[in-house]
Ligand binder design. Structure first.
Ligand code: HEC
Length: 413
């Protein structure tokens, strides 16, 4: 019952998290777009201090948007800030991290074949990494490095790759990925909370006092610009990580951290094309390079072909009798049924006996050879090509058993 209720909890928080994230990223996409589409206003608007003008039609009505050079003469009584979208995305994200990864199935986080962490140890590493990396970022953005945007970008990228590498050594792939995502997301919300909103507040205060913004306000605004640019480049990678938990081919890959580093570089570079275009520079070569790099990544990550050299004899297969010694005896169905029962069915059954699951995970039931065949390719990926399954390998599935399963899947396509 507890598992059932916690599934509901995670569903509701996840739902909310996606809605908040859409509102946040959607608004920031909209404002980037707005800024890039402002046109020179007519003279009477310029006199009011308006520097850009935009007309739009949406939902059956005309909208007139104006952007001020500094601010309006008088503070409007209602000013929308767009900050709770970011904050609620972070809060719901942290809640989801706790429910799914810290209190949910330990197999998402702990992989005994990497490090046999305790539950509390894993949570400490996860939370500790999050706090440490965000603190490091905050220290760097206040340092002289912040004056060199390009160098800062490279340093930030290298830090994130190092975090991905480090976490990949201690956590199961999925847990490592989500923590990199959480680090990036928290940096982004920190940028809003600690940099962008304070700069806006200083500007609003100056306008409210009827003053021209002083040097300090301008400096705050400049630093906020850098933070905002980082958020712009981090958006696509963070969204990728958030959906990556549907794709074991990524996070369960032997070099999953490297694949993630490649995705980060490719998406940030592709984003660069759009940023340049918005500044009036058109460099399609960037998109071509990004596309070629993606093809190279697809090629580099491709699963190795099923190995056909696994000729070792295997324990229980005596029924095959006197087949020639040279050819490996075919794997029997009985062996595979036994293997499924030992290593898979606690979870992948219509009614799982594992206390962590109410329903078969990923909807995959492995209670018969027919069902196994039906999911053959996925099973091959999850349990043979990678060691992602059995989740956390609590039952201690051996390499021999994996190659046995691989051979059966090959022989019974
Ligand atoms: C402790 C529970 C548990 C055990 C034992 C287990 N699995 Fe899974 N399995 C899961 C969970 C949870 C998921 C969903 C994973 C996700 O969403 O990341 C899953 C997903 C899968 C998938 C789908 C992966 C995809 O491409 O989306 C396959 C295939 C699979 N398991 C095969 C197996 C096989 C084969 C075994 C036995 C050798 C096994 N599992 C043992 C919990 C388990």
């Amino acid at each position: 019952m507890l598992v059932y209720l916690s599934e509901w909890l995670s569903l509701i928080i996840r739902w909310f998290h996606v809605i908040a994230g859409v509102a946040w990223i959607g608004a920031s996409f909209y404002f980037v777009w707005l800024d890039n589409n402002l046109r020179e206003p007519p003279a009477w608007k310029k006199q009011k201090g308006i520097k850009g003008d935009l007309w739009a039609i949406h939902g059956g009505g005309f909208y007139e948007v104006a952007k001020y050079e500094v601010g309006p003469e008088q503070m409007p009584s209602d000013l929308h800030w767009f900050k709770w979208e970011a904050y609620s995305t972070l809060l719901s994200g942290l809640a989801l991290l706790a429910v799914v990864y810290y209190m949910g199935n330990p197999g998402y986080l702990i992989d005994p074949s990497k490090v046999a962490l305790s539950g509390a140890g894993a949570v400490a590493i996860g939370v500790g990494t999050l706090v440490a990396v965000v603190a490091l970022y905050e220290a760097l953005i206040r340092s002289p490095l912040a004056r060199n945007g390009m160098a800062f970008g490279v340093v930030l990228y290298l830090i994130l790759v190092a975090v991905a590498f480090g976490l990949y050594q201690v956590f199961a792939g999925r847990g490592a990925y989500i923590h990199v995502g959480a680090v990036i997301g928290t940096i982004m919300v920190g940028n809003v909370f600690l940099g962008i909103v304070p700069a806006q507040r200083a500007l609003v205060n100056a306008v409210a006092r009827g003053e021209k913004p002083g040097e300090e306000v301008v400096m705050l605004a400049q630093r906020a610009m850098l933070r905002s640019r980082h958020n712009n480049y981090l958006t696509l990678p963070v969204l990728f990580i958030m959906i990556s938990n549907h794709y074991p081919m990524f996070y369960a890959h032997a070099h999953g951290w490297l694949a993630l580093a490649a995705i980060g570089a490719i998406t940030a570079y592709a984003r660069h094309f759009f940023n340049l275009r918005n500044q009036g520079q058109f460099k399609p070569s960037i998109l071509v390079v990004s596309a070629l790099a993606t093809v190279a990544l697809i090629w580099a990550m491709a699963p190795s072909a099923p190995s056909t050299v696994a000729t070792h004899s295997h324990g229980t297969a005596q029924t095959d009798g006197d087949s020639a010694a040279a050819a490996p005896s075919p794997v029997t169905g009985a062996e595979i049924s036994q293997l499924l029962a030992t290593h898979c069915q606690a979870c992948h059954a219509a009614k799982p006996t594992s206390p962590a699951f109410q329903a078969p995970p990923a909807g995959i039931i492995l209670d018969s050879l027919e069902h196994l065949k039906q999911h053959g390719d996925k099973v091959y990926q999850a349990a043979v090509a990678t060691h992602y399954m059995p989740l956390g390998n609590m039952s201690g599935m051996s390499d021999e058993e994996r190659s046995l399963l691989g051979r059966w899947l090959q022989e019974n396509r």
